[in-house]
Design a protein. Structure first.
Length: 167
């Protein structure tokens, strides 16, 4: 056995271990399954955020997905797609998607971890924060468009409105 080779061989650390450390530190309720997924709930101002991580070793990627828990009626699908394109321009990390099969609106982001690299608990916490913040910031725009009957321009304007402080 070549000790030098073993020392530099890629590790088999499961990135979900670091995600789990971040989730425990933040005291989020969570569940981790044997299929390489971790599900958590993060409280928000508008709603609770259902977030899940998936580790895919064959892709060397850690994926985060957060559901906005909104279903798009078929008649509003094109408008929501336009809103998604407009709002994605404002995101530095991740993006929103609309799933055609069931009309779900989700936030997604992936982190490539090649050659045995892993994610730190701080990076995992940052991914959770980015997902929660995107949902908090843009949920009202989606809700405004889907259930408020407003147009894309009005929804974008509402999403871009920033307040100073709290009332």
């Amino acid at each position: 056995m070549d000790l030098l080779f073993d020392e530099y061989a890629p590790s088999t650390v499961d990135p979900l271990d670091s995600v789990e450390q971040a989730v425990i530190a933040e005291q989020y309720p969570y569940d981790r399954d044997e299929n390489g997924e971790l599900h958590l709930t993060a409280t928000g101002a508008w709603r609770d955020h259902q977030i899940w991580f998936a580790w895919r070793p064959e892709l060397e990627a850690l994926h985060i997905c957060a559901s906005l828990d909104l279903k798009v009626p078929q008649k509003r699908f094109r408008d929501v797609c336009e809103l998604v394109a407009r709002l994605n321009e404002k995101l530095w990390m991740g993006h929103f998607d609309v799933w055609f099969e069931d009309g779900s609106i989700v936030y997604r982001h992936s982190l490539g971890l090649p050659a045995g690299e892993t994610v730190s608990p701080a990076q995992a916490a940052g991914m959770i924060t980015a997902a929660r913040d995107a949902g908090e910031r843009f949920y009202p725009a989606f809700h405004f468009l889907v259930w408020g009957g407003k147009g894309v321009e009005e929804a974008v304007a509402a999403a871009m409105f920033e307040t100073a402080g709290e009332a």
